[in-house]
Design a protein around this ligand. Sequence first.
Ligand code: ATP
Length: 368
Amino acid sequence: MAEVVLRDVSKIYADGTHAVRGLDLSIADGEFLVLVGPSGCGKTTALRMVAGLEEITSGEIRIGGRVVNDVPPRDRDVAMVFQSYALYPHLSVRENIAFGLRLRKLPKDEINRKVQEAAKILGLEEYLDRKPRNLSGGQRQRVAMGRAIVRKPQVFLMDEPLSNLDAKLRVQMRAEIARIQRRLGVTTIYVTHDQTEAMTLGDRVAVMKKGELQQVDAPQVLYDYPVNLFVAGFIGSPAMNLFEGRITTAGDGTYQLLAGSQRLLIEPKVFEARPALYAYLDRPVIVGLRPEDMEDASLVQAREGCTLTSTADLVEAMGSDVLVHFGIDAPKVVTDDTKELARDAGTDVLGALDERGHSVLVARFSPR
Ligand code: ATP
């Protein structure tokens, strides 16, 4: 069993930087855990401490039940894939993949077999005799993966392995990494600052901010039940709309959200689904609205009291989606369900939309 457990792990660098604070994380055997957060939040430091490349200041790290605090990297049975790939330029693909096995003095036949096997999994068979400089970025990334795979480690540690690839290749390799990890069933910790990568890859996602863990859970749970404003704003693209308001009772057992000059009815079932919401009645609150939970009122039967009225002040056409930015008084609200609006608007979307004057949105406050 290659469970990885971090207990109250902290890292203070020599210059006093407190990079990781009291990190508690358990990664189950075979699990794919993604560590995500903005630049400088301590995710690379956390990963390097698991790898043994960085000493921990306090706490405990266990891999497969064994405390590894004082175990050197090569004896931890982990394989790390770096953002830079760290390939040897003078060695062929075959030699790069075989490197770690040679160091361990495995028999030649066995090395050849393992390299061949990895090359097959990664689609690298025809490139085995090339040097890294004659490979594309994606192929280099595969070689780096190959080096990790052949060692059959207990744990894969990946530090932004896709960040040097262009957008299309990144999506392709992302799917491939997910497939390989599932096929091999190796416990994996994957660091990224890209929330889309985190959401699509992770069995669970751990969100960090300023060295501290904010929330760790399955992607959909983070999305639907963020524990704080940071997670709410960080997870989801386009980001959740956040604006100030107040929720009060509106008679007839219904509730209303008051935000600026807007009034929005909230059905009782929303409160029934989340009883914790009652505690926020009659207090200033910050309301989070996912863009996809809004609809263009001209396309649906808008129920009275369930519309936000505003003027679109920016339209971004993204192909499959169109993002329309509205202000609810001052704060911005973004929706992605406005294809009709954009079609009407033609090419000069901004100008055309302005001419329409007010556009009406319906916010669906549906309990998930
Ligand atoms: P990024 O996504 O930019 O790589 P990160 O979340 O991986 O960021 P870390 O690289 O872990 O963050 O850095 C966490 C904090 O520790 C940052 O404030 C960084 O400046 C600091 N830090 C990292 N390495 C060192 C070091 N060797 N000495 C001092 N401070 C460091």
